[in-house]
Write a protein that binds this ligand. Structure first.
Ligand SMILES: [Zn+2]
Length: 133
């Protein structure tokens, strides 16, 4: 499942919507409170919109008030990668997909217990697979 995926920008551009491409492959950010998942409460598994890698579970989702889907934990240690990011004059930690390196968002250390983390993720980078009742 953790098979590495590498595609050219052209290949991704063909597979993704323009907004998915802008956020996931060009490190864009969707405007707050505009994504489809920031207020989503349906139980399920959030997968990478680019490659289907399991990233976050609704169990670990919470309302941070930021306007982006927020999670205090990812599904496993290798589900996402983190990278230091000093763009826009800020020191942040970028979160990417552990399988295809899609840009997902950033992680901050002001989240709730037990991890104290806040994964702040763009809705457009995610695809929710809902659990059947
Ligand atoms: Zn991915």
């Amino acid at each position: 499942m953790s098979e590495w995926i590498e595609k050219s920008a052209e290949e991704w551009q063909q597979e993704l919507t323009p907004e998915q491409f802008r956020v996931c492959r060009q490190k864009g950010t969707e405007p707050a409170f505009t994504g489809v998942y920031y207020d989503e409460k349906t139980p399920g598994l959030y997968r990478c919109v680019c490659c289907g890698n399991a990233l976050f579970h609704s169990e670990h989702k919470y309302d941070s008030g930021s306007g982006w889907p927020s999670f205090w934990q990812c599904v496993s240690d290798d589900s996402v990668h983190t990278h230091s990011d000093s763009s826009y004059g800020m020191q942040r930690v970028e979160v990417t997909c552990g399988r295809c390196e899609a840009h997902l968002g950033h992680v901050f250390d002001d989240g709730p217990k037990p991890t104290g983390l806040r994964y702040c993720i763009n809705s457009v980078a995610l695809a929710l697979e809902t659990e059947k009742a």
